[in-house]
Design a protein around this ligand. Sequence first.
Ligand code: F6R
Length: 591
Amino acid sequence: MCGIFAYYGQEKKSVSMVIEGLKKLEYRGYDSWGVAAANQDDFFIKKAVGKIGSYKYKESDFPESKMIMGHSRWATHGGVTEINAHPHSTENNEIVLIHNGIIDNYLDIKKNLVTKGHIFISETDTEVLAHLIQEYYEGDLAAAVQKSLKEIKGRYAILVMAKDNNKLIAARRGSPLIIGVNKKNNEYFIASDVPAFLQHTKSVIYLDDNQMAQIDKSGIIFKDLETDKQVEKRVIEVSWNNEEAEKGKHKHFMIKEILEQKNTLKKAIDQDDQQIIKIADEIKKAFGTYLVGCGTAGKVCLTGTYFFAEIAKKHINFEFGSEFPYFKDFIREGSLLIVVSQSGETADTLEAIEAAKSKGAKILAIVNVESSTMAREADHTLLLNAGPEKAVASTKATTAQLAILYLLSHACNGGITEGKQILVRTAAEINDMLNPRYEEHISKLAEKIKSVESMYIIGRGSNYPMALEAAIKLQEVSYIHAEGFAGGELKHGPIALITKGTPCIALVANDETKSDIISNATEIKSRGGYIIGIAPENNEVFDYWIKVPDVGTASPIVNIIPIQILAYQLAVLRQNNPDMPRNLAKSVTVK
Ligand code: F6R
């Protein structure tokens, strides 16, 4: 949430370079944006409401500078206005600051600063930090930042500059900040996510929580904010490349990423068997195991509980990241928390990790972003290998997460080879399924239902969480009211919502749940519902059938893909931007 991108170098670069980098991070926040650049004795500052991606400019509109920072905002405190957009500065631009996160105690600090004569112009929590730093600033910017951060409660990734100072200070606690390094040119690129600077460098340093970096013309130094000691940091080469992070020939990232599922499943299961077996052993012997994730990753976790129950005969609990802390009393030494996340930075999941660790539990992270906070906090990490996922709506990461949980559940039952074989076949089936004819067949349905007000999705067993996930996917990009239910639950209340023509999608697997879910679909049809069947075989109850391969217990992995395509097509037909749905942002780094 909120994108940060900054440049510090020995050569002047145009501010437009930072604007272009920010555009690559726009999936993190896109309601307003701003840039600040050291410019002679002052700062050049430009802020605007709206998407930075649609901002057209001439290079000559901007100065060149050796120190530039930019921010794309996802509003938390204060409405979407130019004044509330970052950077925030104090009077005469003495201190200029950008921030990702939330300062929980900003009102108390503000009250105190007002009594000291500080005048605030925005409604944000961020502006308070700029003033606090100014209050302590006596020529040593790093010291003023460090002193201020001691008073801050909450999460932050910040970049700070001061007038006539030529230093860039970066600090983090709970929100990501990564430093791209080009040693040859003595250049630094600081961003909340790697794609912002992939075209400049693949050498990165990950700032850890409670660490600060000071960049000036002599280079970069790192400090621990609590101990005040200098720390050595490792430069790591990232494996993602710039092309992977671009749309290529596709109109939107969402469809690009959906179609990438032709390959991503194979990559997800390309894991070290010995490591999978070792982790499976940990799962088997753990006392109290929780699968934890948020949003789509949460639905994947819930599906995982079915995989483990069905395949490994192992009971695993599930909780959303934001709810997990309320269950922490059931965690003790010997417990295991399996966190699932695309970004590895979701604040609620990180809090769950914190809560579980405080009770002595071990952490397994299943994440896409290597060296993300979760990957670094965990005792074991399994990477999704899905490449950058930039559309806000998760697609390829979802199926990769499902595949890894599926593999682990087989490994828990001593059947890693069998699990892999099923997944290799599933990957091949998905490769065949994702063709233009398939998309066209789904687009006919999208055209038919594009103006409905509500739709419902039902599933049973491991396809019940996929019904919930289907609802999220449809809601977030099409803005159609969509709800998912366990097939058997409908008759206990929600069936009252079915009227003539209400679209209802039934996720069908060729297993013991089949006849019951068909019965549930029939109940809906008898009340006038329009039944869309996602199933390996057609059935007379279906008004519209979307075929999926029969992959046995791996059915959730294939059943969700046509929904992803349908959601995308509905978004486009309804003239929504599927990559940047309203009110949302990728990587939710606030609670
Ligand atoms: C929905 C979606 C979100 C994320 C959730 C967790 O399509 O993508 O619901 O799944 O915000 O994010 P990660 O997986 O990064 O922890």
